[in-house]
Design a binder for this molecule. Structure first.
Ligand code: ADP
Length: 260
């Protein structure tokens, strides 16, 4: 609680009374704590690949390693960890940009969503095919919506990429778009590992992973869904998750047509 006290005096300097304002700053404090936690987490997440890169370079130098096979393996790890570092920095920048701009969306344009999804499928086709997976689009009609194109792509890539990452081989991912008078609805459905009930409410938190080593192995940064959530909230929408462990997951994005 923050307290402000102001004395009210008359012309002759005699106190007439006091104004006491009590302000509940729980919310501000919790925001400050979230920010502190985020910085601590970011530092930790960045340190891990840096330590690994440094460690392998020092091992090569100090032991004067010349064996081709060992060198190749070590350079492979250094390269992977550098990619990881770069993905992390990129996601942190995207998230901080989304936070700073809030609801402002001056770069919005009219998007044909079916066309956008097909283009995103082209980008993700290689990683899907590498796992023998297929990407399917189910849409009955042309659906047009005003949205920032970079953000729409980022949101859909993160959701579809997760659907590919967290599925066994030879499965399919289905994206379904539909609309009614009020809203546009986009489902991203996979037949993957699913998410345990106790974790569902936490997966949109920054750096929260159900299985940390699995996420790391798949190249995850732990920020993908936090970015998705931000983009949707900046556009006055919402997202829900229905998941059955061992069966699959459906993420449903709701985008309102009329903004308040
Ligand atoms: P990451 O970079 O780890 O994928 P995200 O923020 O995108 O980070 O997702 C957070 C966590 O939510 C993931 O680590 C994973 O455990 C879980 N998750 C996200 N999407 C799915 C999905 N389609 N199926 C199963 N688990 C998922």
């Amino acid at each position: 609680l923050r307290i402000y006290i102001n004395r009210i005096v008359e012309n002759n300097n005699i106190a007439k009374g006091h104004i006491i304002v009590l302000e509940d700053i729980t919310f501000i404090k919790s925001l400050e704590k979230m920010r502190r936690d985020f910085i601590a987490n970011v530092s930790h997440e960045l340190k891990t690949p840096i330590t690994s890169i440094k460690g392998f370079i020092e091992t090569i130098q100090e032991n004067n390693i010349k064996d081709e096979k060992t060198l190749k393996r070590f350079y492979g790890i250094i390269s992977e960890e550098s990619d990881r570092l770069s993905r992390l920095v990129n996601d942190i920048l995207v998230l901080s940009h989304l936070e700073n701009k809030g609801g402002l969306n001056e770069k919005s344009e009219s998007l044909d969503l079916n066309r956008e999804i097909s283009q995103i499928f082209d980008i993700l086709k290689l990683s899907a095919e590498a796992k023998g997976m297929t990407l399917k689009l189910d849409s009955k009609e042309q659906i047009v919506h005003t949205f920032n194109p970079d953000e729409f792509r980022q949101m859909m890539i993160n959701l579809i990429d997760n659907a590919i990452k967290y599925s066994e081989i030879n499965q399919s991912v289905l994206v379904k778009i539909s609309q009614d008078k009020e809203e546009i609805k986009i489902d991203v459905k996979d037949h993957g590992y699913g998410i345990p009930e106790k974790d569902v409410s936490r997966i949109f938190e920054r750096f929260y992973r159900v299985d940390k080593s699995r996420s790391k192995e798949k190249g995850g940064t732990g920020l993908g869904l936090a970015i998705v959530k931000h983009i949707i909230y900046n556009n006055h929408g919402s997202i829900e998750v229905n998941s059955i462990p061992g069966t699959g997951t459906v993420f449903t994005v709701h985008l309102p047509k009329i903004r308040d």
